[in-house]
Design a protein around this ligand. Structure first.
Ligand code: GDP
Length: 474
């Protein structure tokens, strides 16, 4: 059963945790019986109403025209006068508590009437994420697995699905948990020394502590480093489209998005703001950052856009430089030089910079320009498939080369950063011969942050933030 420990710098959150967090925690998840429609809102072929808590079976039997529900068996039955469907009783369901799931006809009226009847019978409407929260509070899943449930529900591409499933199955959290336990044991020994401080004894083997520290630090560093790729897979691979005004950046963005999201305008320099859109291709999500042109101007607004272009290009994993085929090639040469000199982008060596020669449909297009990059017409749809497949091929090759565990969760990233910093302080403290009590303070800090990942330690704010991401019924 996870305990909740307030962190020293915990300040009250403006985002109040869902009522269920406090409520369920006070009752250790063994209080009310809660009910919600667990399928998406609206009309469907069928819908599932989930009822969970100590009184779930008794409450269900009040309404179902059957005497008993055998555990884990599908039973066809009538729910009062409202509907007939399939009821399944789990003595320890998803939440770790008695649960009855009732599959009914997917009419909005039927779904709501069943929920209302159960509420009239004494159940309470579940809060957002409360079923999963109970699963966590009842020790069925750890916190990082609960977060993976949310990721799994949100997953759209195979890559996102794969990441969520790996986290749900334990992922790196189990290893961290084991390492944390070892660290905890050594900390206890170190703290024991404090009780015998007069007697100059050492219970905690310093060599063992050193080895454990370096194992943990390198493990955590690897995870922290994997976040860039993990995050790219989950949220989208940062992709910058850059080039001079009117080169056709917005048109290319629209063509890739298949939608009219960015403003396409024939007036130079109108795409002043940064627009972020994501799109999926080849099973991957790309997060496009459309920016203003790479040209010199006195207009302060446009200058801001240009600085953003550079910033975006530096952060991007995929850079598409759009060159207007009707313009002389020297434009591109100048811009790419600026990109290299101002932003340090490795133009020749970059695996992820593509030169896109646009507007090849126009008679004014300079013939020799075509060969200098991927030739396309954003508005006429020429060459787009080739562009898509070259990008996918290069990016997938990159992804395939890393079969390591990937960190995808920003909360874990933050916690690991704090853990690592505390562990460094411990390592330095030991090396400098600092007294056990001072070293123990940093060790405790490291343990705290490590423990927040899987939820050995947690607080209301963290739980509130995590479970409010869920919808009602999850
Ligand atoms: P941006 O300033 O780089 O974002 O450029 P836009 O996408 O706004 O395009 C500038 C102008 O060029 C618009 O009038 C577009 O319709 C036009 N344009 C963009 N791509 C093509 C193309 O492939 N062929 C032709 N003929 N016109 C294009």
């Amino acid at each position: 059963m996870p305990t909740t420990t307030p962190h020293p710098d915990h300040t009250p959150s403006t985002c109040a945790p869902p009522r269920g967090v406090d409520g369920a925690r006070q009752r250790n998840g063994r209080g009310d019986t809660i009910v919600a429609i667990s399928t998406p809102p609206g009309v469907g072929g069928i819908a599932v109403v989930r009822l969970s808590g100590p009184a779930a079976l008794e409450l269900a039997l009040q309404h179902l025209a059957v005497d008993r529900l055998a555990p884990r068996s599908a039973v066809h039955c009538h729910f009062g006068e409202i509907d007939d469907g399939i009821a399944v009783y789990y003595p320890k369901g998803y939440t770790g508590e008695p649960t009855v799931e009732f599959s009914c006809h997917g009419s909005q009226y039927v779904q709501e009437a069943i929920v209302q009847a159960l509420v009239d019978g004494g159940a309470r409407l579940a809060e957002a994420g409360e079923f999963t929260l109970r699963a966590f509070l009842n020790g069925r899943i750890n916190l990082s697995q609960a977060e993976a449930v949310a990721d799994l529900i949100d997953a759209v591409t195979p890559a996102q699905h794969r990441l969520a499933v790996s986290q749900l199955r334990g992922g790196y959290a189990q290893e961290l948990k084991a390492l944390r336990q070892q660290l905890l044991d050594l900390t206890s020994l170190l703290e024991l020394e404090l009780d015998f401080s007069q007697e100059d004894v050492e219970f905690a083997d310093r060599t063992e502590l050193h080895q454990l520290l370096s194992r943990l630090i390198s493990h955590i560093s690897r995870l922290i480093d994997s976040f860039r790729m993990g995050n790219a897979l989950k949220r989208g691979i940062p992709t910058a489209i850059i080039g001079r005004p009117n080169a056709g950046k917005s048109s290319l963005l629209n063509a890739l998005l298949h939608e009219e999201r960015a403003i396409v305008s024939p007036v130079a320099g109108t795409t002043r703001d940064t627009v972020e859109e994501t799109f999926n291709m080849g099973g991957l999500t790309f997060r496009l950052i459309d920016t203003a042109g790479l040209h010199h101007t006195d207009d302060p607004l446009e200058n801001m856009g240009i600085r953003r272009t550079i910033a975006a290009a530096v952060q991007a994993d995929v850079i598409l430089y759009v060159h207007d085929a009707t313009r002389p090639w020297t434009d591109a040469v100048e811009d790419l030089q600026a990109l290299r000199d101002d932003a340090g982008v490795d133009i020749e060596g970059s695996k992820h910079l593509w030169i896109v020669v646009n507007k090849i449909d126009l008679p004014e297009a300079v013939e020799s320009n075509r060969k200098l990059g991927v030739a396309i017409s954003a508005t006429q749809g020429i060459g787009l498939e080739e562009l898509r497949s070259t990008i996918i091929k290069a990016v997938s090759a990159d992804m395939a080369s890393s079969d390591q565990v990937l960190l995808t969760n920003a909360r874990h990233y933050d916690a690991l950063g704090r853990t690592k910093a505390a562990l460094w302080r411990v390592a330095h403290g030991l090396a400098d011969g600092l007294s056990a009590d001072l070293v123990a303070v940093d060790l405790r800090d490291a343990l705290y942050h490590l423990g927040t990942i899987t939820g050995e330690v947690t607080n209301d704010e963290v739980l509130g933030n995590i479970f409010s991401r869920f919808c009602i019924g999850k």
